[in-house]
Design a binder for this molecule. Structure first.
Ligand SMILES: C[C@H](O)[C@H](C)C(=O)SCCNC(=O)CCNC(=O)[C@H](O)C(C)(C)COP(=O)([O-])OP(=O)([O-])OC[C@H]1O[C@@H](n2cnc3c(N)ncnc32)[C@H](O)[C@@H]1OP(=O)([O-])[O-]
Length: 719
């Protein structure tokens, strides 16, 4: 777990050997302790270098060990001893120095970083704080404001930024280990006292209290209920106001409150769920590690609307040449200017030149003959999409992959109009596509494993979190959205307001309540879908729209809002009003309050007081209930996949873990009991009827999320 060797006759080189990221497992901590003892006691050794095998210094504590009791030497005394030692210790940082890995580097007397290395204290993203002295040493080294920013955000920084901040002593383009050994030899004669960071005095700004107060407010606003960022601020306050010996105790107390919290469990679950999502499998046995993706060099994107533009930018950013196609000259020109503007702004931020030479804009599909992949992003209309796929089938060479950015249409129906159904797959990006990290890769029954592997790997290359899902209306994300939206509108009928529902959801931690989110996405999209599915249309009496349709409860209020031309932010009016079309500042609109009052009185509904608890339960349990059905139907392979989709695509709070993890934290028995209760009260809402899988899991003793898979016997897996 750590190799010890003597190099240059007097330097002890300790190399961490715990692939893949040299995490500080109990065995690694034990090996470091032994190696350090050896180095400090061996008279031949004059200096020490700590390095990580395979070009990775250290990814921090072993997160997998968090679930069990602490074994092996604890980190704090181990690190304190390294710092206190009388021989200079140099950290040779390649790859990453994160969390405990960064804290290990901070106790070394010198730090040499490879120019490609990244450093950071990402503990806050795991619901905890840097608890091996990081909150006490970093402020002493770089001051309170910079330390607060790094610790409360968990941001990774480059070696160059670390040098500027004074975290590392040298950045090198050569082998960091070799440079560190030479550095260590030169350091032997120098005094160490000023190099022990814990002994430094924290540089404090004169207005410390005001600064901490301002940061606390800022962090609170951003944290949306997460506890760890606030605890980080408190720990840094200790570094400013207490000696190290007391500050480290404060750090440990704060860590203790976080470590066993539900939030920490949820955030650590998210870390692993995100990695699990990349490991897709198909019933055929094809899976992520036995299916080779094709290399993609040239891509085409059809349609330069909001989605198409974002996809072009995402592809060009990672060096893929893109041909962008529009149907009309004016649309092409507008799209082109927008794409170029986006890429130029991007490049300016990074201080590089924009890769505009990768782009070509055309009106002709004929130009797509030689591309490796086409991503269609035209209007969400099946007939139009089928036409495009038929044309692509004729124009593109037989090996070209044909993908659709549909947000819910039947991918297999598109495959069916082509000459290569095995090369057709859905790539459902989320708006804005160059910002949002989620990509649903929609596997049709005829999509080949190579096609799926290629789409998944292309998503990863574009920096997306790709999740393989089955082909059904709405796939995973949008299919689950329906019961969630339905509950919100039913609650409006019963007496709630959009503001009240949004506030309850935002207090829960959502980035945006359901009505604000709908205003942002555009209310006309759902209206068109409802019209296409026959739920609404010209046959409906506008004066007296029925509240039951197709055998179920139906809320006509969203249609009534659309009928008034209120399509959300883009029209300046929706569930809220905005300063102007495109405005983002949502204000309550008395017209909506009037509409709700008139509606209730027309149907004789006595509005009642609805508690936040009911809002959360009805919206989120209905959401999770649909998730259980999706698992039963084999549309998602694992609960982790569903959670990742909601975390990255729908603003579900990370510290709640995602809808399925949240349900498990509430307790499946309780979720079942509440759904039964609400279904009894609203028997005409099928989404409130508990799913058979939920009942089954409860009958099996409510196993943890990670074990649900064993209980999902899918008759027809769609994956
Ligand atoms: C005391 C101290 O104060 C506190 C308390 C702590 O220190 S808390 C811990 C703080 N450290 C972190 O938060 C860093 C977490 N890791 C990462 O950010 C990234 O992993 C990476 C280092 C930037 C590499 O990214 P990658 O894209 O190249 O590969 P990967 O796919 O992500 O990871 C490759 C494989 O390694 C696993 N892995 C990565 N980091 C791990 C860790 N710290 N512990 C255990 N496993 C880890 C990961 O699950 C995956 O496994 P599998 O899926 O192959 O089975």
């Amino acid at each position: 777990m750590a190799r010890y060797e003597l190099v240059k006759r007097s330097v002890a080189l300790i190399t961490l050997t715990n692939p893949p990221v040299n995490a500080l497992s109990s065995a690694v901590r034990h090996a470091i302790a032994k190696s350090m003892e050896h180095a400090l006691n061996d008279p031949k050794v004059t200096a020490v270098v700590i390095y990580g095998e395979n070009g990775r210094f250290c990814g921090g504590a072993d997160i997998r060990e968090f679930a069990g009791p602490l074994r092996g030497p604890p980190l704090v005394p181990l690190l304190d001893a390294i710092e206190a030692g009388e021989k200079p210790v140099v950290a040779a940082i390649e790859g990453v120095a994160l969390g405990g890995g960064f804290e290990l580097a901070l106790v070394c007397h010198y730090r040499i970083a490879h120019f490609k290395a990244r450093l950071g204290l990402p503990e806050v993203t795991l619901g905890i704080l840097p608890a091996a002295g990081g909150t006490q040493r970093l402020p002493r080294l770089i001051g309170i404001p910079a330390a607060l920013e790094l610790i409360t955000t968990g941001r990774h920084i480059s070696a160059q930024e670390a040098l500027k901040l004074g975290i590392v002593d040298q950045v090198t383009e050569q082998n960091a280990c070799e440079v560190a050994v030479e550095f260590a030899l030169r350091a032997v004669a120098k005094p160490l006292s000023s190099r022990r960071v814990s002994t430094l005095t924290t540089p404090c700004p004169p207005d410390l209290d005001a600064l901490l107060e301002a940061v606390t407010m800022q962090v609170k606003k951003k944290a949306r209920g997460a506890m760890a960022p606030l605890a980080c601020v408190q720990a840094v306050r200790a570094a400013a106001t207490m000696p190290y010996s007391k500050g480290i105790k404060r750090e440990s107390e704060l860590m203790a409150t976080l470590f066993n919290s539900g939030q920490a469990r949820a955030l650590q679950y998210c870390f692993f769920a995100q990695r699990t999502a990349g490991k897709w499998t198909l019933p055929s046995g094809a899976q992520w590690n036995n299916s080779k993706p094709r290399e993609i060099r040239r891509a085409a994107v059809i349609g330069l609307g909001t989605m198409g533009r974002g996809i072009v930018v995402s592809l060009a950013r990672v060096g893929i040449s893109v041909i962008a196609v529009e149907s009309e000259k004016k649309l092409l020109e507008t799209g082109k200017q927008m794409v170029i503007g986006m890429l130029e702004r991007d490049a300016k931020r990074q201080g590089v030149s924009a890769s505009l030479n990768l782009l070509k804009f055309t009106l002709s599909l004929q130009d797509l003959k030689d591309v490796d992949i086409v991503i269609e992003a035209v209007f969400e209309d099946m007939a139009l999409k089928k036409h495009v796929f038929q044309e692509l089938s004729k124009v593109c060479r037989p090996a070209t992959l044909l993908c659709s950015n549909t947000s819910g249409l039947d991918v297999d129906a598109l495959a069916g109009v082509t000459d290569r159904p095995h090369l057709v797959v859905g790539m459902h990006f989320f708006s804005p596509a160059h910002v949002m990290k989620l990509l649903e890769v929609v596997c049709g029954p005829r999509s080949s494993s190579e096609t799926i592997a290629t789409a998944m790997s292309l998503g990863k290359r574009m920096g997306k979190v790709s999740v393989a899902v089955g082909n059904c209306p709405g796939f995973v994300g949008n299919r689950m959205l329906k019961p969630y939206l339905d509950q919100a509108t039913f609650l409006l009928e019963e007496g709630a307001t959009p503001e009240q529902i949004d506030k309850a959801l935002e207090d829960f931690g959502f980035a945006m309540g359901v009505f604000r989110m709908s205003d942002l996405a555009g209310l006309d999209v759902g209206w068109r879908v409802r019209k296409e599915s026959g739920l609404t249309g010209p046959d409906i009496d506008p004066k007296n729209p029925p509240r039951r349709r197709q055998g179920h409860r139906y809320c006509p209020i969203p249609d009534m809002v659309c009928e008034q031309g209120r399509f959300g932010q883009k029209t300046g009016r929706g569930w809220y009003m905005y300063d102007s079309p495109g405005g983002t500042n949502a204000k309550s609109d008395p017209l909506i309050q009037n509409l709700l009052e008139m509606y209730r009185s027309r149907y004789g509904i006595q509005p009642r007081n609805i508690s936040d608890q009911e809002i959360i339960e009805r919206c989120l349990f209905a959401l999770a209930n649909e998730g259980f059905r999706i698992l039963e139907d084999g549309i998602a392979a694992r609960p982790e996949d569903i959670d990742v989709i909601y975390l990255f695509g729908y603003g579900f709070p990370r510290h709640r873990g995602g809808p399925m993890f949240y349900a498990s934290m509430v307790g499946l028995e309780r979720v079942l009991e509440r759904l039964e209760h609400y279904h009894q009260a609203h028997p005409d809402v099928p989404h409130l009827e508990p799913s058979p899988l939920l009942k089954k899991l409860v009958a099996c003793g409510s196993p943890p999320v990670q074990n649900w898979r064993e209980h999902i016997k899918t008759m027809h897996s769609h994956l």
